[in-house]
Design a binder for this molecule. Structure first.
Ligand code: ARG
Length: 364
């Protein structure tokens, strides 16, 4: 007598995801879907993909801006494989996400063997010179060197040269220059201190993350996604960190502060005014941005909604609190479980840390 063969079942990551998709959306047909996946393997449907992308945002423990997760617009570009066409779709992404300044959260999801090698679609070059000083963004020195190794000749050499995109499809990597009209930027000035405007600082309107894969039930898909900025990301980190643009001494000088003694709190005063400058400049340019007080309150509303839906909010407290005046926000006074839930976004290794193996895909 032979034992009955067990029915094939999909791997648990796919099965767990499908069970969640059907439970949350109330769609019937889980059993049939599981049987299909067991027989043919798991290829997410467009609806499953859109659900996964939105829930991955909802599950992003480092993101304080999750309140509008349901409004994420999802572009299923799994059929796009030619680097030139990927680039064309990324230009559409930049234009549509910007929306004349209204900025809408958007994710473009690519074919499994496609990847953008830049960590964000818009990044400023960091040129290290012989004496060790950096022109531009020191965070992007390795990226800049990597793009040069792929054949990029370098930009004009300003502190804000937009880097080209390296797009990989299979084993091929191609470089593409972003046209200036695809990159919306905001010049930074201060309403009362003209010396801050004279520093010639600007920042790009859109943060578009491109070095994370969407994990849908064990299927990893490279993608690019954006929301809008919290001004602290630009003013309290990118422009202020001493290993980034390191602008606090120059802002303090523009404000006429005494920088000889720490007790004048010149760093803190310069930091606050730089944050004011970024908020006012984005507002004057008609580009959506949120301040850290407002986004923190929105996060507590997100927590309330999630609790009502019977879900627990996970978070990494050190990422959720703002780098300016954290104790003035409600998030400071709360605690969070930082264990990750699925579906989620996963960081892909930097291409210069994980060179492409012959025949191998860098993110598998
Ligand atoms: N902190 C990053 C930057 O300054 C952007 C991360 C994503 N931020 C966002 N608001 N969606 O470029």
């Amino acid at each position: 007598m032979t034992a009955a063969l067990p029915l094939p079942t999909p791997d648990t990551a796919a099965a767990d995801f499908l069970a969640q998709f059907h439970a949350e959306t109330g769609r019937p047909g889980l059993g049939a879907r599981l049987a299909h996946v067991a027989a043919h393997g798991f290829t997410p449907t467009p609806e499953e993909l859109a659900f996964a992308a939105r829930v991955a945002w909802r599950n992003s423990t480092r993101c304080v801006g999750r309140l509008p997760w349901r409004a994420l617009e999802v572009r299923d570009l799994r059929h796009v494989t030619e680097p030139a066409e990927v680039f064309a779709r990324l230009l559409e992404h930049l234009r549509d996400a910007f929306g004349g300044g209204a900025i809408r959260p958007l994710i473009s999801v690519f074919a499994p063997d496609v990847r953008v090698l830049n960590p964000q679609l818009i990044r400023y070059a960091g040129y290290r010179s012989a004496d060790g000083t950096v022109t531009g963004d020191p965070a992007n020195v390795a990226l800049t060197d990597y793009l040069r190794s792929l054949g990029w000749g370098g930009g004009p050499g300003t502190a804000f040269d937009v880097l080209p995109l390296a797009i990989q499809s299979g084993r091929r990597v191609e470089l593409f220059t972003l046209p200036t009209d695809a990159v919306q930027e905001v010049p930074i000035s201060h309403p009362e201190c003209p010396g801050i405007g004279d520093l010639g600082v600007k920042w790009h309107a859109l943060p578009v993350i491109s070095d994370m894969a969407l994990n849908v039930g064990g299927v990893r898909l490279a993608c690019a996604f954006n929301g809008w900025y919290v001004q602290t990301e630009i003013a309290a980190r990118n422009l202020a960190d001493d290993d980034r643009y390191d602008l606090l001494p120059r802002v303090a000088a523009a404000l006429g502060l005494d920088t000889r003694r720490e007790r004048t709190l010149w760093r803190d005063r310069a930091l606050v005014e730089l944050n004011v400058a970024v908020l006012e400049s984005f507002a004057a340019a008609g580009v959506k941005i949120v301040d850290h007080h407002t986004v923190s309150r929105q996060f507590t509303r997100f927590e309330t909604h999630e609790t009502r839906a019977g879900r627990e909010v996970r978070g990494r407290w050190s990422w959720l609190i703002p780098p300016v005046s954290p104790a003035t926000t409600p998030v400071w006074h709360r605690g969070y479980d930082d264990r990750e839930l699925a579906p989620n976004f996963e960081r892909l290794p930097a291409p210069w840390d994980a060179p492409v193996r012959p025949g191998g895909c860098p993110f598998h």
